[in-house]
Design a protein around this ligand. Structure first.
Ligand code: AMP
Length: 281
């Protein structure tokens, strides 16, 4: 595996790519787990060469404590990437990514995405996501970008970024990889206390309960029961909503056929977990 730390070198290296060689790209913030691995394996299957990046992007953290506590496990990550057969690791530092600093970066017209769900709870988060993904795509120029459905709204934001900036890349959204008890794998899970770790799968249980209880008509009582179940288990609920799958607009009354998704964010202690489930798949 080639490790590239400089943006310029990545440009030069990838510029030399043989015509006809397809590149897949999996951007990550490290602390890699089986969820990341699934994206890398899919890229390996579907493209000729796979690039992974590890960069903990400061501009997407609205909470400085979350940024400073983000787990760093670089040696293990490199070992895992080598075992997975990744061809190139792009490993820039903050100066490499933002040589002019982060004070006056480009902002993106994300429409309602910036105000719904994660956009509402984490002001500036998706601007930060676009700032970093836009740069990473311009450095790595992949043919296919692989992202996880666990961060469903992020996938929709990146789709919009690709459209806004006419970036020639295809976005592939990959299913959520879960622990045996249903908890969506996340780098943040390792920060859960043992007690909170045993409570955490209830988030996915509650999403499944919404799916089982779903009927055409008003959704408020179903959602209320879900929020109450989370609070009773010890979660501090940021949101639990049912939204149109296509644009994440909240749905309060379901017509029985529009594709809808339930999305949740909730804290256990100081760890914020997110998850979602397609209610109509
Ligand atoms: P992160 O390192 O958390 O920024 O995630 C990097 C990529 O991996 C993003 O596209 C995430 O959506 C994806 N990802 C994270 N966790 C999972 C998971 N449990 N299953 C599938 N994809 C995931």
């Amino acid at each position: 595996m080639i490790i590239i730390r400089e943006a310029e070198r990545s440009r030069r290296f990838l510029g030399e790519k043989a015509t006809g060689t397809s590149f897949g790209f999996v951007p990550t913030m490290g602390a890699l787990h089986a969820g990341h691995l699934a994206l890398l394996q899919r890229s390996k299957r579907e493209t000729d060469k796979t690039i992974c990046s590890i960069f903990v992007n400061p501009t997407q953290f609205n909470d400085p404590a979350d940024f400073s506590k983000y787990p760093i496990t670089l040696e293990d990550d490199i070992r895992m990437l080598e075992m997975a057969g990744v061809d190139i690791l792009f490993l820039p530092d903050v100066h490499e990514m933002y040589p002019e600093g982060t004070a006056s970066l480009e902002t993106y017209d994300l429409g309602r995405m910036d105000r719904l769900l994660e956009g509402r709870q984490r002001p500036g988060h998706f601007q930060g996501v676009c700032q970093v993904v836009h740069r990473l795509l311009s450095f790595t120029t992949p043919d296919v970008l692989f992202m996880g459905r666990k961060d469903f709204q992020q996938c929709m934001v990146v789709r919009r970024l690709i459209h806004l900036k006419s970036i020639p890349v295809r976005l592939e959204i990959c299913y959520t990889v879960r622990e045996a008890d249903g908890l969506a794998m996340s780098s943040r899970n390792m920060r859960l206390s043992p007690e909170d770790r045993s409570t955490a799968p209830i988030l996915y249980d509650v999403l499944n309960r919404l799916k089982r209880g779903l009927d055409a008509g008003p959704l408020e009582s179903l959602l209320r029961a879900g929020r109450e179940a989370l609070a009773a288990a010890g979660f501090r609920v940021d949101y639990l909503e049912i939204c149109r799958t296509t644009d994440l607009e909240p749905v309060t009354e379901w017509d029985g056929h529009t594709p809808i998704t339930a999305l949740a964010a909730a804290f256990l202690g100081e760890v914020r977990l997110i998850d979602n489930i397609d209610l109509t798949a």
